[in-house]
Design a protein around this ligand. Structure first.
Ligand SMILES: [Zn+2]
Ligand SMILES: [Zn+2]
Length: 570
């Protein structure tokens, strides 16, 4: 491409090209100075967005990784290493995708733990086996199989909905819909606890919270092992979650706001200090007539299917699970892109409800109900809580979109990423192609003087330069893909299984070498995905290539601290 053509490429064109080639459309640019050679270069770091509207290639990449994690845990027939021995985060609940507030269930737990034990549903208790894998079934002719399940859980009706809008807006229960959406993850947590009790083994799941057309969240779950329909039905019916929070039925501060006096929120007119979160909980606990602030249950409808893998059904289900992960809750479903007045009005109405309901003990909205949020500080204003659950775009589903149990695949998301890098490395090495100098720019590479050799700084080039950086990324990616294709052709098909088998972490050829690939930094490894749906069996390998395609895996690219493997907000 000649310079004059390059110059005429607009940023819009570059964006389109980047999308078609699976290259990040809004990379963060950094400069790296090599103190030994005095040369400086520019390094684009993919944005890592998880939403398609923000960056389609990065979102696609994130989704492919999730699909791999999902597929790997679903039909396991051996026990994964226990999560605590792998150093996975020790979480009373389950490993979430860290997307946001693991909001303290503390407040409600504290109250529940004393007096109100009515939380335990009426379910038969069966002996609990230590296993996490499903049972094996044997056919009369001796064939063994180990089915898994695909389950969809829905919330109850808040009023009839037709064409994506309430039939009767006057009677539709917006408040309940809003509260159920805000606290959906709690109900799901409770469901898994109950299911394990009733099914008699340590049921593992990979679940995605997704919006229905009526905008209520529902939960698509891949479950390891088969559980009889009657048991599921019983558990769904018996599961409920109570929110033991102070009452937020009546707004107290509507037109004026409590003010911060340096240590508390007070009523400006009277000087009266608002009750603290702890005081409000104490009062709740001492009130014999207290009722939970909100009670949630699932709807009557649920959907389950047994899945035997490998099969086209199993593959389809994995893809289906990932379908909405990259969408915003309010994104138009299907093809109907044109604005729809009634639909917009419905979203507005639901959003108006969500805006002022409390999302967590620390939510600024407590001020509206005359209570100081937990751990308050200056600057809190009801209606302006920073949790995205209140946004019009998220409609209550602000936090965990992916809920994964701790012993699902026995790996962290970071380890799944590392697996994919190993696949590519194998293909390249076995074809005699030297991986790029991945160590080259690592922040822990030292010069002779003992100081870091590479110095990283921020970079904010003008738009034209930015566009050229993106174009360069595209070119580099194409070069890598060509090399990779050549490597595959000469070495035979890439064995995807080598990266997905239980031993991948310990048997990969890269392991034990001095390459930094041994411990890739998960947060920085986010390359783009250019996986095309047309070639699904290449998905793992191609996206693994993408881990390398745009640049080396660098343990610490000059960031002050590595980003966590997940938990991006975009
Ligand atoms: Zn991106
Ligand atoms: Zn909030």
């Amino acid at each position: 491409m000649s310079l004059s053509i390059l110059a005429s490429i607009t940023s819009d064109m570059a964006r389109e090209l980047a999308i078609s080639q699976g290259v990040c459309v809004r990379p963060i640019l950094r400069r790296v100075l090599d103190r030994d050679t005095g040369t400086e270069s520019r390094v684009p770091i993919p944005c890592g967005a998880t939403r398609e509207a923000v960056c389609p290639p990065c979102a696609r990449k994130a989704r492919v990784l999730r699909m791999q994690q999902r597929a790997e845990g679903w039909h396991r027939d051996t026990e994964p290493e226990p999560a605590d021995q792998l150093g996975l985060e020790d979480d009373q609940h389950d490993q979430d995708d860290g997307e946001q507030d693991r909001d303290d269930h503390d407040g409600s737990r504290r109250v529940r733990s004393t007096r109100r034990r009515s939380d335990a549903p009426d379910l038969p208790r069966v002996a609990m086996a230590a296993r996490t894998v499903g049972r094996v079934f044997v056919t009369p002719d001796g064939k063994e199989y180990r089915p898994s399940m695909f389950l969809t859980l829905t919330l109850p009706s808040y009023g009839a909905v037709r064409g994506g809008v309430p039939v009767d807006p006057a009677t539709y229960d917006y408040r309940r819909a809003a509260l159920d959406a805000l606290h959906f993850a709690r109900l799901a947590d409770r469901f898994w606890q109950n299911l394990r009790r009733a099914a008699g083994y340590r049921v593992q799941y990979f679940a995605a919270v997704e919006p229905q057309h009526r905008l209520a969240p529902h939960l698509h779950c891949a479950i390891r092992g088969a559980i009889p329909r009657a048991v599921l039905k019983k558990v769904i019916g018996a599961t409920y979650s109570q929110l033991w929070w102070p009452s937020f039925d009546r707004p107290v501060y509507v037109h004026r706001q409590p003010v911060w006096d340096g240590s508390d929120y007070i009523n400006e007119d009277t000087g009266e200090v608002l009750p603290t979160w702890q005081e409000a909980l104490d009062e709740l606990e001492q009130d014999p007539d207290a009722q939970p602030a909100h009670v949630m249950r699932f709807g009557e409808q649920f959907d389950m299917a047994g899945i035997i893998a490998p099969s086209p059904d199993a593959d389809r289900a994995v893809r289906y699970l990932a379908k909405y992960l990259t969408k915003a809750i309010t994104d138009p479903l299907g093809d109907q892109d044109e604005p729809h007045a009634a639909r917009e009005a419905y979203i507005d109405r639901l959003h108006a409800e969500l805006r002022f309901l409390p999302c967590s003990p620390r939510c600024a909205n407590w001020l509206r109900y005359g209570i100081q949020p937990d751990q308050p500080g200056p600057g809190l204003v009801a209606g302006r809580c920073s949790s995205k659950a209140h946004d019009r775009e998220h409609l209550g589903i602000g936090g965990r979109r992916v809920l994964v149990s701790r012993d699902w695949s026995g790996k962290t998301l970071a380890e799944h990423k590392a697996d994919r890098a190993i696949v590519v490395r194998e293909a390249l090495l076995s074809a005699g192609i030297v991986a790029p100098e991945v160590e080259r720019m690592a922040a822990d590479v030292l010069s002779a003087d003992g100081l870091p050799r590479f110095i990283w700084t921020d970079d904010n080039p003008d738009p034209a330069t930015y566009t050229q950086v993106i174009l360069a990324s595209i070119a580099e990616r194409q070069r890598w893909r060509a090399q990779y294709e050549a490597a595959k052709a000469s070495a035979g098909p890439v064995d995807n299984c080598s990266a997905t088998g239980p031993d991948a972490r310990t048997t990969g050829p890269a392991h034990g070498s001095a390459s930094p690939d041994d411990q890739p930094n998960p947060g920085l490894q986010d390359r783009q995905s250019g996986v095309s749906g047309a070639n699904p069996q290449d998905a793992n390998a191609v996206s693994a290539l993408d881990d390398r395609a745009e640049g080396p895996t660098i343990p610490n690219r000059g960031r002050p601290s590595p980003r966590p493997p997940t938990g991006r907000t975009d």
